[in-house]
Design a protein around this ligand. Sequence first.
Ligand code: 13P
Ligand code: SF4
Length: 352
Amino acid sequence: PASDPDLVERARAAKAALGNRVFILGHHYQRDEVIEFADVTGDSFKLARDAAARPEAEYIVFCGVHFMAESADILTGDAQQVVLPDLAAGCSMADMATAEQVAECWDVLTDAGIADVTVPVSYMNSSADIKAFTGRHGGTICTSSNARRALEWAYEQGQKVLFLPDQHLGRNTAVRDMGFSLDDCVVYNPHKPNGGLTVEQLRDAKMILWRGHCSVHGRFTLDSVNDVRERVPGVNVLVHPECRHEVVAAADMVGSTEYIIKALDAAEPGSKWAIGTELNLVRRLAKAHPDKEVVFLDRAVCFCSTMNRIDLPHLVWALESLVEGRVPNVIKVDPETEKYAKAALDRMLALP
Ligand code: 13P
Ligand code: SF4
C-alpha cells in the first residue's frame, strides 16, 4: 500500500530541518517507505564501512536491525549518536549465540586442547559481546560479501575456525569456496553438553560451526528451487548464502544483498530470475527491472519481521524527536566491549 502522505511529508520536513546533523542508513531489507529516506543503502558490509562516512553528522539513524546499529556505534566516534527507530528490531540469528554460551564453548575447546589452534570468525549478525569475544581471541568479523576472505585468513592463522553464529554461511563458504568437505565441518550445539560433539570430532574438524541460522532464509528448500525451475523454464536461481547448503548447491549464483542487486543490474533484458532472499528486496528488484522476469524463490511470502519493525511511523517519530532535541533509542556499546569488538571489525575492514 502507498505510504500515508501526511507521514511522508512529516518525514521530509523533519529530515530537512535536521540537514547535515542527521545521516540515515538503510539496509536493503527495509521497507520501501523507509528506504526512500535513506542517505545510503547497502548490505551489512557497505553499511559498516560507510557508517563513519559523515563525521559531521551528530546522529546516525540506523534503519536496519540492532546488531547493525551496534556496529555503527563501534565504528564511529563518541561525538556521534546512533539511533535505532524501534528497539524491538533485533535478529533471531544474532540471539542464537550469547556471551555465556560462547565462553562455555571456548572452555570446551580449551579442555579438548584445541583452543590454541582455533581462530574465531563471527558473522556481522552477532551481538557486540560476541564480536568482542572474537576480537579478544585474535579473530575477525565477516559479512556475507567477504566470508571467503575472512575464513581463508583465519584458517591460515590456525588449523581450525570457530564460526559463529550462522552454520549455513560457514558451511556454504567452507564447501563452496574453500574446497572443504562436509565432513570437515562439525556443528556445535550450545544446548548440549560438549556441544553434542566428542573430543575426537572436535580435534578432527577444520570448521566448527555454531548451530545458528536465519529463520527467513531457512524457509527456502531444495523443493523451492526444483519447483521454480519447473514453473519458470530457463530461470536463473540467485540466493543469499544464509540459505541451507542444499539450496545454495542447487542455485546458479550466490551472494550478499549488494551482489544480488548488482547481478540484476547486469542481467540481460528478457532474462528470468528467482531470488532467494528477503521479500522487500525481491519486490523492489522486480519493480526496478520491468524488462526482466523477477520472482520470489518460494511460493510463500517471506519478510524479515524484525527488519519490518522499522516502518514510516517509527522513522517519523525518531526524526521528529531529534528535531525537538530529544535523542531516542540510542544504541551505545560499553567501552570495554567496544575496544575488542572494534579490533575484530577493524581486522575485517583491513582484509585484502
Ligand atoms: P547482507 O546485507 O550482508 O547480504 O546480509 C543479509 C542479512 O541477513 C542481514 O541480516
Ligand atoms: Fe536476522 Fe535473518 Fe532478519 Fe537478516 S534476515 S536480520 S539474519 S533474521
